[in-house]
Design a binder for this molecule. Structure first.
Ligand SMILES: Nc1ncnc2c1ncn2[C@@H]1O[C@H](COP(=O)(O)OP(=O)(O)OP(=O)(O)O)[C@@H](O)[C@H]1O
Length: 607
C-alpha cells in the first residue's frame, strides 16, 4: 500500500506544491489570529490606545479574509488529487471483476456492485476529507504553536503536555478502529451479496418454500452488520475521550494556571491570544482531524486495502459464493447451490410416500387423498369478487385430473392454492392429508411440483436443469428415462447430450416446456400440477408428455389446453365460476353445457 501511495503522490508533485502554498497562507492566518488579538489588548485597549487596538483587530479581520481565500485555493488543488484516485480505483475494480467474470462466468460476484458504487465513492470522499483535515491540522498547529511561542514560551509548557497526551491516546485507537471498520465493511458486503442472491432467486425461493429460511439468513446478516456498526460506534466514543484530553484540557489548564503565568510576566493580552489559538484554531482543527482520521482515515485504509486486492485474496475472493446467482439469459436466475440444497426437495429416498408417516408433526397422512379442497373460497383482495367460491374437490392418490374452463375463471388460482402459494380466504386445502400451507419450510417442494405455462430453464447443463428438483441427485439412468419418457431425447441429442450447456435464450417455448416437464417427471414429488405446461407443444408431443405423467407414480392435475388432455384424464373438473362440476369426459358431455361448449370450441379450432 505504501509504495503505491508514494507512486501516486510522486506523480502529482505540482498539485502537492500548490496545496502546500495555499496551506502556508492558512498557517499565516492562524498565526495572525491569536497574535493580533494579544497585541490589540496589550498595546491597544489596555494601554489606553484604542486606535492601535482597532488596527490590530483589523489585522485579525484581514487574516480571516486571507484564510478564506487560502481555503478556496485548497479546494481547487484537492480535486486534482482525489478525482484521479477515484478513477484509478474504479478502473482497477472493473478490470479485475471483468477478468474474473470472463474466467468463470458461473461465479457472478454481486459484491462488486458495492465496490464500484459505495466503496469507491467512499474512498474518494474519505481521501478528500483526510487530505483536507490532515493538512489543515498540520499548518494550523504550526501557526498556533509558533504564535504561542512568540507570545510567551511559558504558554507552551501549559498547553503542550495535554495536547500530546490526547494525540497519543487518539493514535492508540486507530488500529482497533481500522479492524472494526473492516468488520463492518465485510458485513456490509455479505449483506449486499445475500440481497443480490435473494433478488435474483425470488422465484426459486418461493417455489422451493424457502421463504422462512431465506428471511432468517438475511436477518442474521443484517444483525451481523448491526453488531459491527455498534462496535465501531463504541470505538468512536473512545476517540471522543482523546479529543477531550487534547482539545479541552489545555483550555482548562490555561485558566487554572493564569495566576501562575501572570506572576511570571505573561500579560493579559498574551493569555487572551493563547485562548484564541486554542479555541479558534487548535480545538476545531483537532476535532476535524480526529473525526476524519478516526472515521474517514480508517475507512479509507480498509477500503483501499480491499479495492486494490491487498486483503486475503483478490477482490471478491473472500465471499466466493460458488453459486452466486447470475441472471441467466431468458430471465431465469441460477439458484445458489446452498440455497437449493436447503430449500429444494431432498433425495428421492427421503420422499414421503402415501403410506408410512414421515414422523411426528410432518409427512403425509396415511390413506389421505392426494388433494382435498373443502368449501374453498378465494379472492385476490379483501373487497374483490371471489375467484373460487365454496369449491369442494377430492383427488385420489394416483389419479389424473384435467381442469377446464373459460379464460380467467380461476384454473391457475386453483393450482396456486394446491401448491400452497395462495391461502384460501375460507375453507381448507389439504395435500396428502395436511393443510397445503402448513408444511414446514422446504417440505412443500418435495410433495408437489408446479409447472407453469412459462417454463423455467436456467443457464447450466441440461442435466443440471433436470436435476434441479432432486438436490440429492438421481441415477443417470433415471435422468435419461425421464428425458426419454417426456420426449426430450431428440432435443438433448441436438444440444449435444445431457451434459451440454443450455442457453435458455436460444430455446423455443416448446423446448423449454419439454425441459421443465422432464424435470417435473424426474422429481420425487408425489403430486404434479401442470398449469398449461404443454401449451407450446404440438398435439403429438403433448400426448407423449401426458402419457409419461400418467404412467409415473403419483397424482397429476393438468390445466388442460386441448380436448385431448381432458379425454386422457381419469376425471375432468369443469370450472364455471358459480359452481364446478367434476366427472368423466362422457358424463360431463351429458351433464355440463359449458363442457359441451368447450369441447365444441376445441373441435372447431382443432388445436
Ligand atoms: N395476482 C392476481 N391479483 C389479482 N387478480 C388476479 C391475480 N391473478 C389472477 N387474478 C384474477 O383472477 C381471475 C382468475 O385468474 P386465473 O389466472 O386463475 O384464471 P385462469 O382460469 O387460469 O385463466 P387462463 O385460462 O386465462 O390462464 C382472473 O380474473 C384474474 O384476472
Amino acid at each position: 500500500m505504501l509504495p503505491q501511495a508514494r507512486r501516486f503522490l510522486g506523480a502529482r508533485l505540482r498539485v502537492l506544491a500548490a496545496l502546500g502554498g495555499w496551506s502556508l497562507l492558512e498557517s499565516a492566518h492562524t498565526f495572525l489570529g491569536g497574535y493580533s488579538v494579544a497585541q490589540a489588548l496589550d498595546r491597544g485597549f489596555l494601554a489606553g490606545d484604542t486606535r492601535t487596538g482597532l488596527l490590530w483587530l483589523a489585522v485579525a479581520a484581514a487574516a480571516v479574509v486571507v484564510g478564506g481565500f487560502a481555503n478556496q485555493g485548497v479546494f481547487r488543488g484537492l480535486a486534482g488529487l482525489v478525482e484521479p484516485l477515484r478513477d484509478g480505483l474504479l478502473r482497477r475494480v472493473v478490470s479485475a471483476s471483468l477478468r474474473e467474470a470472463v474466467a468463470d462466468p458461473a461465479r457472478a460476484d454481486s459484491a462488486v456492485v458495492s465496490r464500484i458504487t459505495h466503496q469507491t465513492e467512499t474512498a474518494r470522499d474519505s481521501f478528500a476529507g483526510l487530505v483536507l483535515v490532515a493538512r489543515s491540522f498540520l499548518f494550523t498547529a504550526a501557526g498556533a504553536l509558533l504564535g504561542l511561542a512568540s507570545l510567551a514560551p511559558l504558554l507552551l509548557l501549559v498547553v503542550g503536555p495535554p495536547l500530546l497526551l490526547g494525540l497519543a491516546l487518539f493514535l492508540a485507537t486507530l488500529i482497533p478502529m481500522a479492524a472494526r471498520q473492516r468488520d463492518y465493511l465485510r458485513a456490509d458486503e455479505a449483506l449486499a451479496e445475500e440481497y443480490g442472491a435473494v433478488a435474483g432467486g425470488v422465484r426459486d425461493i418461493v417455489a422451493c418454500g424457502a421463504e422462512d429460511r431465506t428471511a432468517a439468513r438475511a436477518a442474521q446478516l443484517a444483525d451481523a452488520e448491526l453488531g459491527a456498526a455498534r462496535s465501531l460506534a463504541r470505538w468512536a466514543a473512545a476517540r471522543t475521550l482523546s479529543l477531550g484530553v487534547a482539545g479541552q484540557l489545555p483550555v482548562l489548564l490555561l485558566v487554572f494556571a493564569t495566576p501562575w503565568l501572570l506572576d511570571r510576566g505573561v500579560t493579559a493580552g498574551e493569555l487572551l491570544g493563547a485562548l484564541t489559538y486554542l479555541t479558534q484554531s487548535l480545538l476545531p482543527a483537532l476535532h476535524t482531524l480526529m473525526t476524519a482520521l478516526g472515521a474517514a482515515g480508517t475507512r479509507l485504509l480498509v477500503i483501499l486495502d480491499r479495492l486494490t486486492g491487498g486483503h486475503d485474496g483478490p477482490p471478491g475472493a473472500e465471499t466466493p459464493g460458488p453459486g452466486a446467482p447470475g441472471s441467466a439469459k431468458g430471465g431465469a436466475a441460477v439458484p445458489r447451490p446452498d440455497m437449493a440444497s436447503s430449500a429444494a426437495p431432498p433425495a428421492p429416498d427421503a420422499v414421503p410416500s402415501a403410506a408410512p408417516d414421515a414422523g411426528p408433526g410432518g409427512g403425509p397422512e396415511p390413506g389421505a387423498p392426494a388433494v382435498e379442497l373443502r368449501s374453498v373460497t378465494f379472492a385476490y383482495g379483501a373487497g374483490a369478487h371471489p375467484v373460487l367460491r365454496d369449491l369442494d374437490l377430492t383427488v385420489g392418490a394416483g389419479e389424473c385430473l384435467a381442469v377446464v374452463g373459460p379464460s380467467g375463471i380461476g384454473k391457475s388460482t386453483l393450482t396456486g392454492l394446491v401448491a400452497g402459494l395462495l391461502t384460501p380466504g375460507r375453507g381448507e386445502v389439504r395435500v396428502l392429508g395436511r393443510p397445503a400451507r402448513a408444511w414446514p419450510a422446504g417440505e412443500p417442494a418435495r410433495l408437489r411440483v408446479l409447472i407453469p405455462q412459462q417454463a423455467y430453464v436456467f443457464t447450466g447443463t441440461l442435466r443440471e436443469n433436470l436435476l434441479y428438483l432432486c438436490p440429492g441427485g438421481a441415477p443417470p439412468e433415471a435422468v435419461s428415462a425421464s428425458a426419454e419418457a417426456v420426449g426430450l431425447t431428440g432435443l438433448a441429442d441436438r444440444l449435444g447430450g445431457l451434459d451440454a450447456v443450455v442457453d435458455p435464450a436460444v430455446l423455443s417455448q416448446g423446448e423449454r416446456q419439454l425441459i421443465a416437464l422432464a424435470r417435473a417427471h424426474l422429481s420425487p414429488a408425489p403430486v404434479v400440477l401442470l398449469d398449461e405446461a404443454t401449451c407450446h407443444l404440438d398435439p403429438v408431443a403433448e400426448e407423449r408428455a401426458e402419457r409419461a405423467f400418467a404412467e409415473r407414480p403419483g397424482t397429476v392435475i393438468t390445466v388442460a389446453h386441448r380436448i385431448s388432455s381432458a379425454r386422457r384424464a381419469d376425471r375432468v373438473l369443469v370450472m364455471d365460476g358459480a359452481h364446478a362440476v367434476c366427472g368423466s369426459h362422457d358424463e360431463l358431455l351429458d351433464r355440463s353445457g359449458l363442457y359441451r361448449d368447450l369441447v365444441g370450441h376445441w373441435q372447431t379450432v382443432r388445436v
